[in-house]
Design a protein around this ligand. Structure first.
Ligand SMILES: [Zn+2]
Length: 165
């Protein structure tokens, strides 16, 4: 997503953080508000690569610190049981680590979108390990635990770059 102009409003970007996400701060805020409305999930600002997965329940609504960008099911993401909502949350977590990039094998999901083959292959296991048993009021999985679990699956962690919301 690196870009010297904002992909939304085409204004030039100079701040390194803005260049990295390809969007200025105003557009980034607007996009995260839009994503929140569309997914029904409140977006927390805890940085994923530092804090791992953070989930909370705020006024009955799920809040988490990763943008919900992809769905395989229509019901929205959730925690604390073994159904398709938790599977979709797992898929979005793994999408942070194994994003769709040029040269990456993909798997078609709901609504004509795709996710990386690796995120798809790992997401049910990740759901059972970390999401299904999470307290329905929230929980946290450290980034170290996430990396360790992925390596235990015999998968190499790709070189990571901060992906902004
Ligand atoms: Zn902009």
């Amino acid at each position: 997503m690196r870009s010297n102009i904002c992909i939304k409003c085409h204004k030039p970007l100079s701040d390194p953080k803005s260049v990295e996400r390809g969007m200025g701060p105003v557009c980034a805020r607007r996009e995260s508000a839009k994503a929140e409305m569309e997914s029904g999930v409140i977006l927390l600002q805890d940085p994923f690569l530092k804090e791992g997965l953070v989930c909370k329940r705020i006024d009955g609504k799920l809040a988490c610190n990763i943008p919900i960008e992809i769905h395989h099911h229509a019901e929205g993401v959730e925690i604390g049981y073994s159904g398709s909502g938790p599977a979709d949350l797992a898929l979005n977590v793994l999408n942070m680590i194994f994003p769709v990039e040029p040269g990456v094998e993909t798997t078609p999901i709901f609504n004509g979108k795709v996710c990386s083959r690796m995120a798809w292959n790992l997401h049910q296991g990740f759901k059972w390990k970390y999401i299904a048993g999470m307290d329905e009021n929230g929980g946290r999985v450290t980034i170290e635990d996430i990396y360790q679990w992925i390596e235990e699956q015999g998968v190499k962690i790709p070189e990571m770059h901060e992906k902004s919301a």
